[in-house]
Ligand binder design. Structure first.
Ligand SMILES: NC(=O)c1ccc[n+]([C@@H]2O[C@H](COP(=O)([O-])OP(=O)(O)OC[C@H]3O[C@@H](n4cnc5c(N)ncnc54)[C@H](O)[C@@H]3O)[C@@H](O)[C@H]2O)c1
Length: 319
């Protein structure tokens, strides 16, 4: 087993809940410190160290990093797209402020690698709509997207100027059954499974034909671990890598669910999130991630839907 001490910031969230468990399998349960500003799942809390910490509390975070002699950091804290749009200033302060302080703490504590996720929200209305290449027009129109793109550029800056080995992926909308999503525009693609199992119907907050890039959580965790494991000299991108996964519309997802639950019906009541979704592309080209570190998604729409329907436990749809 590798001798690393890993700290996860935001371990109680949608990604952290699953990533924590995978990292504990790799490095050993006591080697992976899960942290969050709030309580986490029993699985996360009971399988290894868990600490409550506000990522903006630099002094406490520094103390923890020294106490545990941390060698790797996964910084997953952010205000997501829909929530940040309701509170732009706070979204900017949390997303950017925490990235700066975590990067500085990594340097101060001699951390060997930092993972910080970006998002397909960096793209905007002027970006090509399909098969978006790694290098393209990037003009986000949401505060979340602006914070992620600025963050990418700062990651690149810290790598080049200060030698911090920071790595990043532009995650698409992530779909998993172990925790509920935290306020993003792609949350419908998780919510729909709970409602399909509970009520056999779902009212979608996006229009039927809104195509967005998505990914099953197993693939996203795999991509993250693969990127973090890759030799540094193979990585040509120090902003954030595009990765390809699934892409579908609410109507296509509903049709795939209907194959399993024939009585399932979807209706559409678009809200403010439609405008956010309209500004994003529908599919992503991940060729550079494939070339640099061997990225290849394993789940197609059918496989993802089968696993979600099999494993989603109802009723638990509370934020
Ligand atoms: N889930 C997705 O579809 C998706 C897509 C693209 C990018 N991302 C990015 O991945 C990362 C993780 O996303 P997620 O979906 O797990 O988010 P989430 O909202 O589910 O989890 C974030 C966690 O951070 C915690 N947190 C919030 N403020 C904090 C603070 N001040 N101090 C400490 N913890 C705090 C929350 O309690 C929560 O558990 C984020 O950077 C997000 O932008 C997610």
């Amino acid at each position: 087993m590798k001798q690393e001490k890993v700290i996860i910031l935001g371990a109680g969230g949608q990604i952290g809940t699953e990533l924590t468990m995978e990292l504990r399998k790799i490095y050993g349960h006591s080697q992976v410190i899960a942290t969050d500003i709030r309580d986490a799942s029993d699985e996360v809390k009971n399988s290894g160290p868990f600490e409550i910490v506000d990522v903006m509390d630099t002094a406490k975070l520094n103390e923890l990093m020294k106490l545990y002699k941390v060698t790797q950091v996964y910084h997953l804290v952010a205000l997501l797209s829909a929530t940040a749009e309701k509170n732009p200033k706070f979204g900017w302060d949390l997303n950017m402020g925490s990235l700066f302080s975590v990067m500085d703490l990594c340097l101060e504590n001699g951390v060997s690698k930092l993972f910080w996720p970006s998002s397909i929200a960096v793209f905007g209305p002027t970006t090509p709509k399909a098969n978006v290449p790694q290098h393209t027009v990037v003009e986000p129109t949401t505060v979340y997207g602006v914070s992620k793109y600025a963050g990418e550029l700062w990651c690149d800056y810290y790598f080049r100027k200060k030698g911090l080995d920071v790595r990043s992926i532009r995650y698409p909308g992530l779909i998993g059954y172990k925790s509920i999503p935290g306020g993003g525009t792609t949350d419908y693609a998780v919510d729909i499974f709970y409602e399909a199992k509970k009520h056999q119907k779902y009212s979608c907050f996006l229009e039927a034909d809104t195509r967005l890039p998505m990914m099953y959580m197993t693939d996203a965790i795999h991509a993250t671990l693969q990127l973090m494991d890759a030799p540094a000299d193979q990585l040509s991108i120090r902003t954030a890598y595009n990765i390809n996964g699934l892409d579908f519309t609410p109507a296509e997802l509903a049709a795939a669910i209907k194959k399993h639950i024939p009585s399932f019906e979807i209706s559409y009541a678009p809200d403010f999130r439609q405008q956010i979704a309209n500004s994003w592309p529908g599919s992503i080209n991940g060729d550079l991630a494939a070339k640099d570190w061997g990225w290849k998604p394993a789940f197609n729409l059918e496989a993802m839907v089968s696993e979600m329907l099999e494993n989603t436990k109802v009723p638990i749809l509370t934020a």
